[in-house]
Ligand binder design. Structure first.
Ligand code: SF4
Length: 318
């Protein structure tokens, strides 16, 4: 089967961002938690602002709420007045949001929020003890609607904005093919496009994901997105670049192979950028008619990844 060359299908992925991180005064106390990293997203993504608590009609200011374990599952109750239960209002808002706002390709949620947190919202027992930490109820509703959806908080985004952009871009590609309902051929196309990228991030995850591709699409994309949440590091880039070189080497004339090896050596020494090596590999793959390698997403990062990368210092590429 011939796999068509890959191009990024979604130029401006849609990312939900907690309104308080965008500087809107919507918190329970009437304040905000403006984040520079969140504000910068608008340059490369379509930002979809959301404040589930305010938009569910709980008001600003409002009594603070928290996640509490109950007989019927997680409830969202008042911190000072446990009789206040806003679970139904938040669930209704989440369900309507999913209907109105699809497609969504990522979320940046306020850390520790019972509604928006990516994974560190405390869950209390009836006695006020923390049982565990998890996603806020709104973030959890989005992840149920779109398995694998990348969700990060403001600190994670500020630490590694390009990493998040890569996750969002890959997830947008997955969604454009039909998500977990994508036909078998489309899933194969997706896996081929991102195989090298996965290899850079997590080789073991690439093997795990490959086994799930046709048997469990939801588990497959969860596995892919978890792997992409880990930065590749120099060793991961080395692994992916070496794989691309091995693929091309048998068909390259000696002089071209030597020039490629010199470029790889220069990258290892910090003399040229990773992007320069990627461009060279892409060009060689295209010349050789290796469409799947020429189009591999690892060699062709999404514009949002470059848009959220810090400006390189000198020409250090690693
Ligand atoms: S964390 Fe979420 S619910 Fe709370 S104020 Fe911010 S946007 Fe609203």
């Amino acid at each position: 089967m011939v796999i068509p060359p890959f191009t990024w299908p979604v130029v401006r992925p849609r990312v939900v961002v907690s309104r308080c991180l965008l500087g809107e005064a919507v918190r329970y106390d009437g304040g905000h938690r403006a984040s520079e990293a969140a504000a910068a997203l608008a340059a490369v993504f379509e930002v979809v602002p959301a404040c589930p608590e305010a938009e569910a009609g709980l008001g600003v200011p409002r009594p603070p709420v928290q996640r509490v374990a109950g007989d019927g599952g997680v409830r969202v109750r008042g911190v000072e007045d446990p009789a206040l239960d806003v679970t139904a209002a938040l669930e209704a808002f989440g369900a309507g949001f999913v209907q109105r706002q699809a497609p969504v390709h990522g979320m940046v949620g306020k850390a520790r929020s019972p509604s928006c947190a990516a994974g560190d919202s405390p869950l209390f027992d009836g006695a006020g003890q923390v049982l565990e930490e998890g996603a806020g109820v709104f973030a959890a509703a989005l992840r149920r609607a779109w398995p694998g959806l990348p969700v990060v908080d403001e600190a994670g985004l500020a630490r590694a904005p390009a990493l998040f952009a890569g996750q969002v871009a890959v997830f947008a590609h997955w969604q454009s093919l039909g998500g977990t309902a994508a036909p078998r051929e489309a899933r194969l196309q997706f896996h081929a496009a991102h195989r090298l990228r996965l290899l850079a991030h997590d080789e073991a995850a690439l093997c795990r994901a490959g086994r799930l591709l046709f048997t469990d699409p939801a588990a497959y994309i969860e596995s892919v997105m978890q792997a992409l949440a880990r930065p590749p590091g120099a060793a991961g880039h080395e692994r992916a670049l070496a794989r691309a070189r091995r693929h091309l080497a048998p068909g390259l004339p000696g002089a071209r192979l030597q020039a490629l090896d010199e470029a790889l050596a220069a990258w290892r020494e910090g003399g040229i950028s990773l992007d320069a090596v990627r461009r060279r590999l892409r060009g060689l793959a295209a010349e050789a008619g290796e469409a799947d390698l020429a189009g591999a997403s690892y060699l062709r990062p999404h514009p949002a990844e470059a848009g959220l990368s810090p400006a390189p210092a000198g020409c250090a590429g690693r």
